[in-house]
Design a protein around this ligand. Structure first.
Ligand code: AHN
Ligand code: ZN
Length: 331
């Protein structure tokens, strides 16, 4: 027995050691990270992402303090909680621009908490209390579905969460669904507008779920579900995280999405990433649909009752999802 097992052990132990230590170029994956080839990311399922958008919208407008908001928050916490290693629920009260006290929740899913190399992915899960750009003035103070403005980014991130729970990338991922992004001052109000948007991310940036929290970079998804979108290089993203914009736009180009991720500068948008950049100092970009043919500069149904499931196109969800996956699986 002894005599027979020794050559077998040699074969099992010595040969693999030789293979891994030769470094002759046959195994590029053993080189350093910068030279390393991208791992094949898992396949983004656009129907699954679409379904994650539809499930949110089915609760009704997710306006803070409403029953639909409570129910949607519970479902998002359970759903993200199923995919992630650790879930944090950050509940607080904030004061809106008009004095309304809002009960809000930031929902945070952590993957590989022990990994020190981290990437932050985020979107807002609340929807706007006012359709203040609706063509019909009778609708100006009606809450919106926010299928694109809000739910689309969350839908893409839930699909990404599902995929990374099955096949972990080399980096740790934090997915944050920010609350109360869209409770900003309405267009008929004379009250001051400063810092009235993105209340959930302002709170998180000052009180992160872990006091020493840091990520190499962040990606915010906002309005990533309408047909034929244009993602231009958003102003604050270029100011605070130009290398991340380049990295993401290059990934999109490699995947054949250069007609969506345009190599053109867009406007500056005060959105969740602004506070992640300025308060938490994490270089964070915003992938956001900008359209210079509309009066407000966003997709045509922005802040109208028309921002419902009819505007959601799985092709767009896929383009964004594949791009983000490509970036995180090559880090
Ligand atoms: C402003 O209009 C100042 N910010 C827009 C941010 C936003 C609203 N994103 C989605 N809805
Ligand atoms: Zn909005």
């Amino acid at each position: 027995m002894k005599n027979n097992i020794f050559p077998a052990l040699l074969f099992l132990i010595i040969i693999p050691i030789m293979l891994f230590s030769c470094g002759g170029g046959a195994e590029p994956d053993t080189g350093n990270r910068a030279e390393r080839q991208q791992v094949q990311p898992p396949t983004f399922n656009a129907d699954s992402a679409f379904n994650f958008v539809a499930r949110q919208v089915a609760f009704g407008p997710r306006v803070p303090n409403s029953e639909a908001h409570r129910q949607a928050g519970k479902w998002l916490t359970e759903t993200l909680g199923r995919f992630s290693d650790t879930i944090y629920l950050q509940e607080t009260r904030v004061r809106a621009y008009d004095g309304t006290v809002l009960n809000i929740k930031n929902i945070i899913g952590v993957f590989q908490p022990e990994n020190r190399r981290r990437i932050l992915l985020c979107a807002h899960w609340d929807s706007r209390p006012y359709a203040d750009y609706d063509p019909d003035p009778a609708n100006h103070f009606t809450p919106i579905d926010g299928a694109n403005d809000g739910a689309s980014g969350v839908g893409v991130l839930l699909e990404i969460a599902r995929l990374i729970s099955q096949q972990a990338p080399d980096v740790g991922i934090d997915i944050i669904f920010f609350d109360a992004e869209d409770y900003g001052r309405h267009r008929f109000s004379n009250l001051p507008d400063r810092d009235t948007w993105a209340l959930g991310s302002q709170h998180w940036a000052r009180n992160p779920h872990r006091p020493d929290y840091f990520a190499r970079f962040g990606i915010l998804l906002d309005m990533v579900g309408a047909s034929d979108p244009q993602f231009k290089r958003e102003g604050y993203s270029m100011l605070y995280a130009p290398n991340i914009v380049r990295k993401v736009w290059e990934a999109a180009n490699r995947l054949g999405y250069g007609h969506i991720f345009l190599n053109r500068d867009g406007g500056f948008v005060t959105d969740d990433h602004y506070y992640v950049n300025t308060i938490r100092n994490i270089p964070t970009i915003n992938i956001i649909h900008q359209d210079e043919t509309t009066e407000h500069g966003f997709f045509p149904q922005w802040h109208t009752l028309g921002d419902n499931m009819e505007v959601i196109d799985p092709i767009t969800l896929r383009a964004v999802g594949e791009t983000v996956l490509s970036v995180i699986y090559s880090e």
